[in-house]
Write a protein that binds this ligand. Sequence first.
Ligand code: ATP
Ligand code: MG
Length: 429
Amino acid sequence: MSYQRPKGTADILPGQSELWQRAEAIGRRVFDAYRYQEVRTPLFENYEVFSRSSGDTSDIVTKEMYDFEDKGGRKMALRPEGTAGVVRAYVENKLYGPEFAKPYKVYYMGPMYRYERPQSGRQREFHQFGVEAFGVDSPALDAEVIALGSDLLKALGAGNLKVVINTLGDPATREAYHAALIAYLTPYQDELSADSKVRLAKNPLRILDSKDKRDQEIVEGAPKILDYLTPEAAAHFSAVRGFLDGLGIQYEIDADMVRGLDYYNHTIFEIMSDDPVFDGGFTTVLAGGRYNGLVEELGGPETPGIGFGMGVERVMLLMQKQTVTTSLPVYLVTIDDKANAAALQLAHAIRQQGYAVDMDFLGRKAKAQFKSAAKENAQLTLTIGEEELASETVQVKNMATGAQKPVAFAELRTNFKQLYEELLEADHE
Ligand code: ATP
Ligand code: MG
């Protein structure tokens, strides 16, 4: 019996994981520059955490959630996105308290789960980097979060990017727009897709996000939310635009953009790429927005919030051309099985001084071991044979220059750092 991984999942193997580690290191560096700190929340939560925050009519809740009953009869779900769990943690841990700075800024990195049809850049287990900032309503923060998303993608080496923004306004905006949308769409009722017929009754805004061709044609003539903004909502949006202009961040406004989750208001944004790997058209790699009612929705005090999620697999497609080369400080070559004990001890002693060491376990010929050393980009090889065992020395070779010299075991055990630095100095002479 042999098994295959579940559909829509991936094994990230050595050879690929180096690129993931690089992405994570770059992510942490950029998040730190903007003063975001890491938060780690459970991979599963009570189902309601997601259904209340994403909204009952969202695709995520209606079609894509990995939900299950646990053995205690509780309805749970694997997280489909990061924000809901972070907001739950923010409320539960009372991070809105006066002892915490505002905005309270956190980032996360980790797997998300959605039951989707797998294809390139779309999996059932996928990964996001994301940020959330709580407690500040200023449009300057909206602009900073967009700048962060854009910096992050650039630092990761993503190209052909464009920033697209829109506003969903405040509750009064939504109410006026909602009515206008229903008035416009009702005459088309029978022509709408089955999904959109349901949306018309429950959440007409979501029809703007429909992937159905006929729905999209109908939507083209629909009223635009930008014409329904209250003066406050319009001022917020125009301030965000002003800050983006000041930062030199180019953007487009897409008045039909609504985003997949119910909780957004005011500024929403997506960063897309039309890099050739996405064969044809722009693909969204990072998306987010403001969600001023969400903390209250999950039982906390009225608290504004804003954030984004970035799809790591999609960004990875853009990073594929990058090669990661690693080097190995030491490869220990053993000429004879009798040298194994000494080699294990030396490797152990050098590793304890903070340097990576590899050695042979197959009893292969020296030539084959030197080949392995070269393949691993070893900087130094340490050779031990019968003679070296007797004299308690090794032959150290600088692989770049070919220079060789004998070094005593005792020195390797106690003083490797200095030796390593001296031996590699030779490279620069
Ligand atoms: P889409 O319209 O492509 O389904 P979405 O609106 O569902 O995207 P969000 O919930 O905004 O996506 O998630 C933010 C980002 O996470 C997306 O822009 C994308 O890069 C990534 N993402 C979302 N779903 C998947 C998935 N199933 N597999 C891989 N990446 C995903
Ligand atoms: Mg989706």
